[in-house]
Design a protein around this ligand. Structure first.
Ligand SMILES: C[S@@+](CC[C@H](N)C(=O)[O-])C[C@H]1O[C@@H](n2cnc3c(N)ncnc32)[C@H](O)[C@@H]1O
Length: 228
């Protein structure tokens, strides 16, 4: 494997699971490069004072400050991450908010969220689903923890645009936007509103979905009866 390929593969691994000193650098880079996209996702999730909101795979945590501001003193912000380096960084930078019980940082996986059923009013996840193989399971988990009528915003780079970056050849799952939309609906979200962050053809995508009042599985349970 050539040096360039090795670097691209290592960078891809760090993006999917930032770890150690290199992970801390990646977190800074993510916060800078993704700030506009993450802020766009927070705006689209539209958190209100007093609400409980979450960021799954928060990375450098650039979305925490606007979320804490909007949720206000009585609101709760949750962050879920698989990467300990990202959790440690957030614990340090937001020590006051964690200590004050406004920010809750959880070590966990999008496919098995450490949160109670219907406990969130809104959630976002940006630039994470490229690293998730079992996306139906992850979206089912989000549908479980977001209350009926709550919002879920998925942010992804444009797949064609992403394909131009050499590191995405190393394990990234670049799903067509329509496929992500279908999976959201299959998990129990209403058809999402499609927004873009920027004007160009390759601009970042935001899928703004509302959790249906009744989840698909609940409808099945009702139709099929409790004994089946
Ligand atoms: C490319 S970074 C994006 C960070 C941030 N959301 C942003 O847009 O800047 C991907 C993040 O998702 C996290 N991640 C990857 N797979 C995950 C999973 N299954 N559950 C939770 N977090 C995950 C990684 O640890 C990493 O911090």
């Amino acid at each position: 494997m050539g040096l360039r390929t090795r670097f691209a593969a290592g960078f891809a691994r760090q993006l999917g699971h930032p770890s150690g000193p290199a992970g801390r650098l990646v977190a800074r880079m993510l916060n800078k490069g993704n700030s506009r996209a993450v802020h766009g996702a927070v705006d689209a999730a539209d958190p209100r004072p007093g609400q409980s909101v979450a960021d799954f795979g928060f990375g450098g945590g650039v979305g925490f400050r606007p979320r804490l501001d909007r949720a206000g003193p009585t609101g709760h912000v949750h962050g879920v991450e698989i990467a300990e380096t990202m959790l440690d960084g957030a614990r340090r930078r937001f020590a006051a908010e964690v200590g004050g019980g406004r920010l809750h940082l959880h070590s966990g996986d999008l496919t098995a969220l450490p949160l109670a059923d219907a406990s969130l009013d809104a959630a976002i996840t940006t630039n994470t689903i490229y690293f998730i193989e079992d996306l139906p399971r992850a979206f089912a988990e989000v549908a479980r923890v977001v209350r009926p009528g709550g919002r879920f915003v998925v942010g992804i780079g444009d797949p064609e645009e992403m394909r131009k970056y050499p590191f995405t050849a190393h394990g990234f799952r670049l799903r067509p936007v329509d496929e992500v939309v279908e999976l959201l609906q299959a998990a129990g979200f209403a058809e999402p509103e499609r927004r873009r962050v920027g004007e160009s053809a390759g601009a970042f995508h935001l899928l703004v979905a509302e959790r249906a009042e009744r989840a698909e599985h609940a409808e099945h349970a009702e139709r099929d009866g409790p004994d089946r």
